[in-house]
Design a protein around this ligand. Structure first.
Ligand SMILES: Nc1ncnc2c1ncn2[C@@H]1O[C@H](COP(=O)(O)OP(=O)(O)O)[C@@H](O)[C@H]1O
Ligand SMILES: [Mg+2]
Length: 508
């Protein structure tokens, strides 16, 4: 089969972070090529480079063997590359025909409305889309809007269609339908790049699979060579290099539970079940790691504990009292702090200085103003002294700092709160190797000083290296527990991907 698109040596750096590093990728004609990898692996960045939304620092893109320059989405469209975005680009108040007319006009194709309508009907019939050209977009389900996007790209002359996590907006049966559409497109010579972090989906629809990890290609394999086990070890990197470097806390017999979740049921933002009878116990003074492919309830777990999310049933006890019905601020006062998934967006105010951010959320300064500067400065030096975490200059706006430094500020503030439980969400995501190492050490120092941490991470190596205990979440449940020092990484991989132990044994 002929190569259609070739990416060679693509690198893309964001401040302090290599999002793509020397990436090679070949897409054949009439093929569904899956791009697989954990959140933050660099999939979207690579596709934005290919689609001209980002410019690569280095590397070449070839179309049909010819090097091309793609500096904008218009350049990409001109060589037949189209992208279906996670959030669709359609105008709700316009009809399907009007939306497509508009997009074709942007491509310089001015076509009579009747012709467009005819084209829409033809494509819709060919692929069984059942799209009415005269329907308003606001009337359409997300699944149908996706089909309109496909029609739009096909009519605009795209020959490669890039789908970035298209199933995240679909119900399971709609995902099946999308894969059938892929089959139809492939049969008509189109190429597809399908991005997902779900193994079952990738295995269901693709011809070839390329796995990215930390910005680099781990490998490309054919569907025939792929199975869950192979893919998991590629995604997470089967090495367990540093897992024995750190001293662990022996599990004491008289250990005291600090947090207990019993049969917690809660929905996600789309009103689907996210936590399905989740049970969990954290003991004082330990780091409890949560492993799992992202989207298996980890986010909702943290939100439920902080009381940011409605609990449908079940109970939460924390430090001797039931907190199931407490307010967000009461839970915070009770001693739960959180380093959020996206510190700059969720945990800090970008335009405020480091010092101001450190003063935020300070219970001792009752109202917003005046802020307690002395405490803020004291926090900075406390953190530096106790956890060996160096603070950046205090008088610069936080948005001027690198991601790693923003993380430090939010860390410092949350750790200085001396909470009884610290929720740490993906604390090293997006940081470089050195910063990640510092953060892990800080978390260990915190635990050694008596702190308790719930650590959510997609990096299994990291979880194994610093957790005292590890549980796996799958489909909103706690499906297994292990002690990292004698964990079997393949068993954990199994639990992560299908929620079951492999046939031959149990996790230690
Ligand atoms: N515009 C940006 N500025 C800074 N960092 C970014 C930007 N876009 C992505 N990143 C970072 O680059 C890394 C790769 O992100 P992304 O390509 O979105 O991964 P994926 O799509 O595989 O989840 C992540 O660490 C992310 O935080
Ligand atoms: Mg992405």
């Amino acid at each position: 089969m002929a190569e259609f698109i070739e990416l060679e040596g693509i690198s893309k750096t964001f401040p302090g972070l290599k999002a793509n590093e020397d990436v090679n990728l070949k897409i054949k004609k009439a093929q569904v090529h899956a791009l697989l990898g954990e959140n933050g692996a660099g999939k979207s960045t690579l596709m934005k480079v290919l689609y001209g939304s980002y410019r690569a620092d280095s590397g070449t893109i070839k179309v049909d063997g010819q090097a091309v320059t793609i500096n904008s989405p218009a350049d990409a469209r001109a060589v037949g590359i189209g992208m279906v975005f996670q959030s669709f680009m359609l105008i709700p108040a316009f009809t399907v025909t009007e939306n497509i007319a508009l997009s074709l006009k942007e491509l310089g194709l001015v076509i009579d409305k009747k012709e467009i309508e005819k084209g829409i009907r033809e494509i819709s019939d060919k692929y069984n889309f059942d799209v009415d050209p005269n329907a308003y977009v606001w009337q359409l389900s997300l699944g149908t809007q996706q089909k309109v996007e496909i029609i739009k790209l096909v009519m605009g002359g795209a020959r490669l269609l890039i789908f970035d996590e298209p199933t995240s907006v679909l119900a399971p049966h709609e995902a099946e339908g999308l894969f059938k559409i892929f089959d139809g497109l492939r049969a008509n010579g189109y190429s597809i790049i399908f991005i997902s972090h779900k193994l079952n989906e990738v295995l269901a629809c693709s011809d070839e699979i390329t796995v990215l990890r930390r910005g680099k290609v781990v490998g490309t394999i054919s569907r025939a060579e792929a199975n869950e086990e192979v893919l998991v070890s590629m995604i997470i990197g089967a090495k367990m290099a540093s897992s024995r470097e750190y001293a662990r806390k022996p599990l004491a017999l008289d250990r005291k539970p600090i947090l207990q979740l019993k049969d917690i049921v809660a929905n996600n933002d789309r009103e689907r079940i996210a936590l399905d009878n989740m049970n969990l116990t954290i003991y004082a003074g330990e780091i409890l790691g949560i492993a799992g492919v992202s989207g298996n309830g980890q986010k909702e777990l943290g939100e439920v504990i902080q009381r940011l999310r409605l609990i449908k049933s079940g109970s939460i006890h924390f430090d001797g009292q039931e907190i199931t019905q407490l307010s967000v601020s009461r839970v915070k006062q009770a001693g739960i702090a959180c380093i959020p998934e996206d510190p700059l967006r969720q945990g800090a105010v970008g335009t405020m200085t480091v010092e101001e951010n450190l003063a935020l959320g300070d219970e001792s300064s009752k109202d917003w103003l005046p802020m307690n500067w002395e405490t803020a400065r004291a926090k900075a030096s406390y953190i530096t002294d106790h956890f060996h975490l160096k603070m950046p200059r205090l008088n610069v706006p936080i948005q001027a700092l690198s991601g790693g430094n923003v993380q430090r500020i939010v860390f410092a503030r949350e750790m200085a709160a001396n909470a009884k439980l610290l929720l740490a969400y993906y604390p090293t995501r997006g940081t470089d190797i050195n910063a990640a190492e510092i953060i892990r050490t800080v978390l260990l120092n915190y635990r050694n000083a008596g702190g308790t941490i719930l650590l959510v991470s997609e990096d299994l190596t990291e979880l194994l290296s610093i957790s005292d205990r590890l549980i796996v979440m799958y489909h909103g449940r706690n499906v297994g527990e292990c002690q990292p020092e004698n964990a079997d990484i393949n068993e954990i991989g199994h639990l992560m991907t299908d929620g079951k132990y492999a046939a031959h044994g149990q996790v230690a």
